[in-house]
Ligand binder design. Sequence first.
Ligand code: SF4
Length: 438
Amino acid sequence: MVSLTVQQKLEILADAAKYDASCASSGAKRAGNGKGIGHSDGNGICHSYTPDGRCISLLKLLLTNYCTYDCVFCVNRVSSDIRRARFTPEEIVSLTLDFYKRNYIEGLFLSSGIIQSPDYTMEQLVQVAKTLRTVHYFGGYIHIKAIPGCAERLLEEAGTYADRLSANIELPTQADLVQLAPEKKSHVIEGTMGHIHDHKAGLDEERSRFRSTPKFAPAGQSTQMVIGATPSTDRQIIQRANHLYTSYKLRRVYYTGFSPYPEADTRLPLQASPMVREHRLYQADWLMRYYGFAADEITTEDKPELDLSIDPKLAWARRHPEFFPVDINAAAREALLRVPGIGYGSVDRILRIRKYHKLSIEDLRKLHVRLKDAEHYIIAADHLPIHEVTIFDVAQKAIESEVRAAASESISKVEAALPAMQMQLFTQAANSAVSGVL
Ligand code: SF4
C-alpha cells in the first residue's frame, strides 16, 4: 500500500467530508492577496453556527473514507472505486492545533467511515476529542459523529468532550434504508440518538441542581438526511424530521439533495434532486421549529409534495383563506406567525411596537416585512387586503358620504336662518336698552 503524506490525506479526507451537509460552505477557496488579511484554504475549512449564533470556521474532516458498509448513495461505500486514506487520531489532533494556531479555524468537525466496528470507529473519534481537550486544553468547538450502534459508554464519553454530536439518519424511512443502506437500521440509529438525548437530559437536570456537574454536548445533537435518492415524499420527510425533533430534541435536521455520480448503482435515480427542493424542505423545517406549524399542516394527504414554486407558508395561506385577513394591530402572536412574508423576528417587533401605536403599511415596510406576500393577508391601520376592500371599504365610504351629506344639509339650514336670528337678537337688545328691562 502506498503511504500518503498528511497533505495528501488532507486533500482526500477533507474532500470526502464535504458530503456531510452540517457545514454547507466547505470547499470555498480564496487566496490572500498580501494586502488585506484573511485566507481560506480549499482543504476542509468550512463554516458553522454555534448555539449563541456566531459563525465560525471549522476544520471539516473524515478520520477515514474506508468503510465496511455499502450504502448505495455514498461515495465512500466499500464497493466504491475511490482513493482511500486514513488519519491517525494524533495526525488530526496535530492538524487541528496547527490550523487553530494559524487562526484558520475555530473548531473541528470530525466524521468517519465505519472501520472494523462501530465501537472501534467511535473509540478513534473519541480519542481525538479527548486528546484535544485533556492533553492540549483545546477550547475550540468540536463536533463529532456518533456512530450508530456503538457502545453507550462511548457516546457518554464523546459528549463529555464534544460540543455537538450527530448520528445520521441517512434516509427518510426504514424502507429506504432496506433498499439503499442495508446495513443501517432505523431502530439502531434512533437508539443512539435516544441515548444521547436521555443522557444529556439527565445531566442537564442534575446540573440545574449541582453546578459542578460536567456539561454534556452543550450544542445538542443534529442529523443528516439524503433526499431524492428514493421516492419518499416531502410529507414523509417532514413527518420523519418532526418525529426526530419531538422524540430526541434534535437541534437541526440537515437535508442533502442526492446527486448522481458516474457508474452509479441502477437503484439510484439518474436525475439530481433539485436544489430548490432542499430549500423548500428547510423552509418547511423552520415552519415546524419556529412558526408553530404541525408537520401534517405543511403538505396534505392529496398533495404530499411541497410546491417548489412558492414557499410553504404561502402555500398554506392559499389553502386556508378562512384564516385571513389577520389584523396586525390586534391578532395573537400565533396568528401573526402564519402570515406569509412576516418572519418571527418581525412578529416580535410588531408585538412590541403596537403597544404604543397602530402599525401602518409603511411601518411594516420599515420592519422588512415582505409586503408583496403579506399585503394580501393583513389588515393594518391604513390597509385592507384587496379582496376585503370590496366588502368593507365600499360600506365605509357609503357611511362617510351619508354623514357628509347630512352635515352639509344642517350647515346650510343654520346659514339660512342666521340673518333672521341676528336681527331678532339686535331688536331684543335695542328694546331692553329703551325700557331698562333685560
Ligand atoms: S456508513 Fe456512512 S460512510 Fe459508510 S457507506 Fe454508509 S453512509 Fe457511507
